[in-house]
Design a protein around this ligand. Sequence first.
Ligand code: C2O
Ligand code: CU
Ligand code: CU
Length: 479
Amino acid sequence: HVYTDYFFNESAYDYHDGGYVPLEKHDAPESKLNIPELLKPDKVEGNDVWYTVEAQTGETQILPGEPTKTWGYNQSLLGKTIIYEDGKNYHVTLKNSLPELTTYHWHGLDVSGPYIDGGCHAPVYPGEAKEIEFPIHQPAATTWLHAHPCPLTGWDVWHGLACAVVVKDQHEATLPLPRNYGVDDIPVILQDRRFDEHNQWNYDDDYDPDGTAGPTALINGTVNPYFDVTTQKLRLRFLDGSNRREWRLHLSDDMVMTQIASDGGLLPEPVYLTKLMMTCAERTEVVLDFGKYKPGDEVTLYSDDTPILKFKIHEFAKDDTEIPDHLADVEYPDPDKDSLVHQVVMSGTDEEVQINGKKFGMMRIDDRQELGKSEYWDITNTNDCCGGMIHPYHSHGGQFMVVSRNGKAPYPNERGYKDTIGVNAGETVRVKMKFNLPGVFMYHCHIIEHEDGGMMAQLQVYTKDDPHKKYKLMDMKTL
Ligand code: C2O
Ligand code: CU
Ligand code: CU
């Protein structure tokens, strides 16, 4: 079965928003899609791997003419792709060479909070470095790293502080899937910006409390990109790294995309679709099969009606390996019958955004859950006036499973692990969530200006033997 329509409710798409910035094709010439290099470890010793992630300023030649002032991790814009392997131990030096404080948040990694997780309670000051250490225990997935200094996450990410973080495991490695990085397995980071007449980005001018957007698609930091296809099968790891934009992806000829993974890893079985909508911070892995194309052909990826990435087909060896009908065992414990249901009500727009009637308080713990226990969370979006808007809800601290949308079955492509979920206007999405590590974790709307504006809260995941452990939390005022 091939799904030929988006799963979300059209009435709440971002283009109905009064402040919507439509995508437009920039008049810059096409250029080769930037494929971030893999970050090289500083050292490997048995099961232990050392990395350095340096946040830095720089200049990037994105358009002809003046270079754009940008920020990145270990490079001038975005960052080198980081690989983590399930079962290994990592030591990561977080170095801040920016002129201001930042944090390093591992979005989608199962690490403890709030310091290793890297939300706003884990600042690294300019000129300083700090080492964190953590084991990786989770399935293969496309996760990401981005800055998270509240309330300046939007500012940092807009400047370029985001990159792909790929988790590998032994199960995924046995499947017949493309995994030759840069050749048949590539990250596709979807962002949008506005360039001024000097090719610069001006966050404050473009700022919108309902989410900052620009008219030019920026794919892995490239404007009008093309990718040379040299294999029959190509795996794309889409990451919506935009502050605000929803991406409605489809290909020329309505080419079918085989979705194999969502945020937290492989789906139980592949989902075939021609239209894929992604909300902020979601990840989707799809495989494209160019079997019926020949050298010289082109296939174009669109968001709505704007071309955003071109695939130029070259000679390739025939590859008729089939994607298995069963990709992974996706299991999640059910909550006890009598356990409480956590409530998250996202309301308001612009400056009025809130969760459960409150704005984010850095020193306030809004909810609590016991370590290792699965519980339901009901995520409600009350913005149903006039079509409303979709809020992409994200929880730090691991992956959840979607149970239902307004009591109905989840979308076909959300039967895998998720850490971010688009919630339609007037909808309650029920998820079950279990935290595997203790700490303080944030949960919020991932329209970044909503999270910065206060549509965010935090919970303490506690252990039975120290249920009221005190964590040093960062006061917003000390920023
Ligand atoms: Cu992408 Cu608080 O997270
Ligand atoms: Cu996160
Ligand atoms: Cu929101």
